[in-house]
Each structure stands twice: as structure tokens, then as C-alpha cells.
Design a protein around this ligand. Sequence first.
Ligand code: GLU
Length: 296
Amino acid sequence: MGLTTQPIITRFAPSPTGPLHLGHAMAAIYAFDMAREHGADGRFLLRMEDIDTARTRPEFEQAILTDLEWLGLEWETTVRRQSEHMADYQAAIDRLNEMGLLYPCFCTRAEIMAEIESSPSAPHLKTETHGPDGPLYPGTCLKLGEDLAKEKMAAQVPYALRLNMQKALSMVDGPLMWTDTIKGKIKATPEIFQDVVLARKDVPTSYHLAVSVDDHLQGVNMVTRGEDLFSATHVHRLIQALLRLDVPSYSHHGLVTDNNGLRLAKRDKATTLKTLRESGYTPTDIRNMVGLKTRG
Ligand code: GLU
């Protein structure tokens, strides 16, 4: 990217469900540097992705702030906590519902697996039965019919809301594209997710919906994140088109790997920033370890 007319606005969006490790440090530093590299107007935001209320803990949020401060990153004082903005996600769900694009799904994970396994074509379609989030939904509740769905709702059977992918795709004009600073111009193929869940049974939103709405509302124009989330952008691009949200640019960066080239797991205690800090590593060491040296 050369000189831009717009200041770059990036964000780091961790989930406060555990300690930060080297992989997070890479994502945070990458986003921070990207905002700084594009002049004094660049902005770096922090967002807590805390919709998973069962796993979120205030002490993890505090630890994240401590780690980021130690790394020498500065973010804008207003930290967006997703749990405080459920009304924004509800408005998006309502809009998609009005468009006739959502349907309730009462299936449990076990029922979905049983349905997939009992399908006569399943053994031959092994790869085609899997999407980026796991086994593809076989569409059971799409065929349920309104009366039966209402009956189940009245009986308080828990349900998620799924996007009717085929219908959603028929409502967008032309190919959906996005620009990736590393991978170039990409054509979105959200159908790889098929009828993805947009509101979970336990929380009335999902990662895909909340991220798309937040990036728009926060004015993020450069989404930086690890390439493990590359496939998620296909569905985010569709949500943007359906809800007429701004389309940011993307930068899906490489992941931190160990000496054997394997991706570091979150559970790998040796690489939490707290452990590294307490073992005497400096923020400069961390930058070197994730391959993002200080410039200039
Ligand atoms: N909350 C996600 C994570 O911790 C990142 C979200 C995103 O960058 O889109 O992996």
C-alpha cells in the first residue's frame, strides 16, 4: 500500500478466555505496526470478544491489558466489549430475519453427526461434508416447516439461527470480492460454510456476525488477523453485502510456529507472555521471536 488518503484503522480482538501467548503477541504487534506505518493518523483499537460468557473471565481481560502494555502497545482508550453491545447484534439479526434469510435450528451436535453419518452419500463425500467450522449442516431444520418450528419454540426447545445460504447468495449482486494486502484480490465463496450459525443457542449472536458488525461500527478499514481465520472472511464478506456494511481491506498474516514448524497451541504454557516475561524475556525479544522487528 502506498500513500493513502485515509488513516489506517486496525484492531486487536482477543477473547478474554485465557492468557495471551506468542501467537496473540504477533497479531497485536502486527495490527499496531500496521496502524503506525501509515502515518501519525493511524489508529489502533482494542476489542474484547467476550460473547462466550461461560469462558470469559475479568482476570483474563486484566491480564491482556497488562501484557499489551508490557509489549509497549498503545491503543485508544475506549475498549469495545462485545458483551456490552448485544443490541447491535440483535438489530443485525432482526434485519436478516426481515429479509427471510434466517431459520431456527433445534439440532444438537449429536443429531447433526447422526444425520450426516446416516446419509447414503456420506462415505463418498468425506471432504464435501466438512466446511471451515467442521461438519457441514445437512439442512435438517430447513425442511422442518413453520408449524413444527413454532411448536418447538413454544415448547422452549433451544435453537440457533442459521443463514439460508442459497437464498442469501441469490440476494447479492455479482461476485463478492475482497482485497488482501498479502494474498491479493480474493473472490469470496461463502457457500463453503453452507447454512452457517449466526446466532448461537447460548448467545444471540456468533463470532461471524459480531465481528462483521463491530468492524463496521468501529470504522476498522484494515482487518489484520492470522491466516487461520482466512476462511472466516468468506462469510464476513457475505454478511457485509447483506447488511450493507463497509468493506475493509484485509491482511491475513502467517502464524507463529515452533522449531518443528508446527503452529503453537494456546494450551502451550511455555509460550504465554506472562511466562516469557517472568523468565526474563523483553518486549524486543518477543518481537524477534514472532518475526516483527521494531522499524526505524
Ligand atoms: N477473537 C478472535 C481470536 O481471538 C480474533 C477475531 C478476528 O480477528 O477476527 O482469535
